[in-house]
Design a binder for this molecule. Structure first.
Ligand SMILES: Cc1cc2nc3c(=O)[nH]c(=O)nc-3n(C[C@H](O)[C@H](O)[C@H](O)COP(=O)(O)O)c2cc1C
Length: 170
């Protein structure tokens, strides 16, 4: 199963994505959650002036886990900008820290996405293609609906269960 780590990237630390993650986790307190809001991670820089920020230490920690769970809200049909910055910085691992990049091969990645209107088309593509490029096994996505439409709410239980299975929580 492998030990998971959750990378959390919403514009608010205690909103709907936070609720979705905690519904999935239930009583489980052993899985670490890293809130990107609490770290200093600058956007990608071609000259690596940001290399002393919190990104590389975070990645050194992440590669000690076998399953990486990215938790993000759906903002304008895609991931949050906070999560996109995290993804963009993977480029650092192709240039200045190839040693960390190599350690990503064979890891597994899952996405938990909180949405409020409708299921976004093509949302998983950036995640699945990034994984394919880096040799990470893409395990899929649980879309958790945060709105009031009972039809959309009805799929939540199955998506929560799917995430729990991947995370090894029963
Ligand atoms: C800037 C912004 C853009 C959004 N775009 C979408 C969208 O494209 N599709 C959707 O279903 N919901 C969209 N929503 C609603 C959020 O996905 C939803 O409310 C989510 O549960 C918010 O999670 P949070 O509380 O962690 O931010 C958007 C919300 C915001 C603030």
């Amino acid at each position: 199963m492998g030990t998971p780590i959750i990378i959390f990237g919403s514009s608010r630390s205690f909103g709907e994505t936070w609720s979705a993650v905690h519904v999935v986790l239930g009583d489980n307190k052993s899985i670490p959650i890293i809130d990107l809001n609490t770290l200093s991670i600058a956007p990608y820089d071609y000259t690596y002036k940001n290399k002393e920020d919190d990104y590389l230490p975070l990645m050194e920690r992440i590669v000690t886990h076998d399953l990486i769970v990215l938790a993000t809200p759906v903002y304008w049909y895609t991931m949050s900008s906070l999560m996109k910055m995290f993804i963009d910085r993977l480029s650092d691992l192709l240039d200045i820290r190839k040693d960390i990049g190599r350690q990503l091969r064979g890891k597994r990645l899952y996405v938990v996405a909180s949405f409020g209107t409708s299921l976004p088309k093509g949302f998983e593509e950036p995640f699945s293609q990034t994984c394919a490029y880096l040799g990470i096994i893409y395990e899929g996505c649980s879309f958790i609906y945060s709105g009031d439409d009972p039809d959309l709410q009805s799929a939540n239980a199955q998506n929560i269960e799917k995430a729990q299975k991947i995370l090894g929580i029963y």
